[in-house]
Design a protein around this ligand. Structure first.
Ligand code: FAD
Length: 338
């Protein structure tokens, strides 16, 4: 291997710096492996967008999301992880060691852990951005309990997540109003039935939120009926936007297997369709989407990557690639078939 290539060779390259990425980093570095986290240009992940986190164990009085992420970052660095604040813009999984490319460097990796998370979709309103963490949220499981006893919470959306949020919030607040842009829900039948028959949940059909009202905290939303153009204000204490998430996998298209929504498909024990490439957190998990589960997945993916290295797979793979014999974990892998 060329000297400069040897410099860029890491045991484990982790892409993403949310709870999954930092946790994976802590485990990898503590196993004495040369580890780098490519943290992204907006490091820290989704918890940087929130205020107090009350459900991450170990913080009996809650912890501010950005403080929790700063602690995780410091813990990873103290464990010996190198952190690079740039985005991975491309990968080459058709060679071994695997290549991860940022704006100005190419990293070589014996094992890769992708922990790039998912981004909640927002309405795109300036007022929504301004009141984020002050009544506006994209996670009812996370932030709903902060509004226990409140008069009203609005949920925007008509899918399963929106109904789940509405049902969850109905146990906490006096009234939930679901604002949906169509005249029927997209959610599964069972979720629809539960929400529609809940006396604490009201529906505002064919309507979109055009403004979130309040200076310091959410005080209401302005909605517009798409059919009549009529606008009205719904006074409320919180707005939960449940219009979907987008996994941060654009740069991986065609490089490993993604599902129809763009989430990474996993095969054996957190391994993706490419050997030695693992994934952890919201980038593959659309069911739980919690900081603690992402951290847990980060731990598990790191333990699998460590095992992969300790069991001698890198040496075997390097030989196979040199000999032109390539092992694929499962299914078709366009990058390795071309
Ligand atoms: C408003 C809000 C409030 C929440 N509150 C809570 C709560 O109270 N409790 C709770 O348990 N959960 C909460 N969650 C959910 C929780 O934040 C997520 O489940 C968790 O952060 C997922 O962690 P992750 O590591 O998988 O990914 P993320 O946190 O999404 O982090 C991924 C990171 O990877 C980076 N990245 C993306 N693409 C690239 C790339 N190409 N190169 C390099 N880096 C990249 C991103 O910039 C980001 O920093 C909340 C979420 C939101 C949006």
């Amino acid at each position: 291997m060329e000297p400069e290539a040897a410099d860029s060779l890491y045991d484990i390259v982790i892409i993403g710096s949310g709870p999954a990425g930092y946790t994976a980093g802590i485990y990898a570095a503590r196993a004495n492996l040369k580890t780098v986290i490519i943290a992204g240009v907006t490091p820290g992940g989704q918890l940087m967008l929130t205020g107090v986190v009350e459900n991450f164990p170990g913080f009996p009085d809650g912890v501010q999301g950005p403080d929790l992420m700063e602690s995780m970052r410091r813990q990873a660095e103290n464990a010996g992880v190198e952190i690079v604040y740039d985005d991975a813009v491309d990968v080459d999984f058709s060679t071994y060691p695997r290549k991860i490319i940022t704006s100005d460097r190419t990293f070589l990796a014996k094992a890769v852990i992708i922990a790039t998370g998912a981004s909640p979709k927002w309405l795109g309103l300036e007022s929504e951005k301004r009141l984020l963490g002050r009544g506006v949220s994209s996670c009812a499981t996370c932030d709903g309990p902060l509004f226990r006893g409140a008069k009203c919470a609005v949920v925007v959306g008509g899918g399963d997540s929106a109904m789940e949020y509405a049902l969850f919030l109905s146990k906490l607040v006096e009234k939930v109003v679901v604002v949906h842009r169509r005249d029927k829900l997209r959610a599964s039948k069972i979720m629809q039935e539960r929400a529609l028959s809940n006396p604490k949940i009201e529906f505002v059909w064919n309507s979109v939120v055009v403004d979130v009202l309040g200076s310091e905290r959410v005080e209401g939303v302005k909605v517009k009926n798409k059919l009549t153009g009529e606008e009205k204000v719904i006074p409320c204490n919180a707005v939960f936007v449940a219009i979907g998430h987008a996994p941060n996998t654009e740069f991986l298209r065609g490089k490993l297997e993604l599902d129809e929504e763009g989430y990474i498909k996993l095969y054996n024990n957190f391994e993706t369709s490419v050997k030695g490439v693992f994934a952890a957190g919201d980038v593959h998990d659309k069911r739980y989407r919690q900081a603690i589960t992402a951290a847990g997945f980060g731990c598990m993916a790191a333990m699998e990557a460590i095992r992969f290295i300790e069991e001698g797979h890198p040496e075997r793979l390097e030989k196979e690639y040199r000999a032109g014999r390539v092992e694929v974990v499962s299914g078709s892998n366009p990058s390795e078939q071309s």
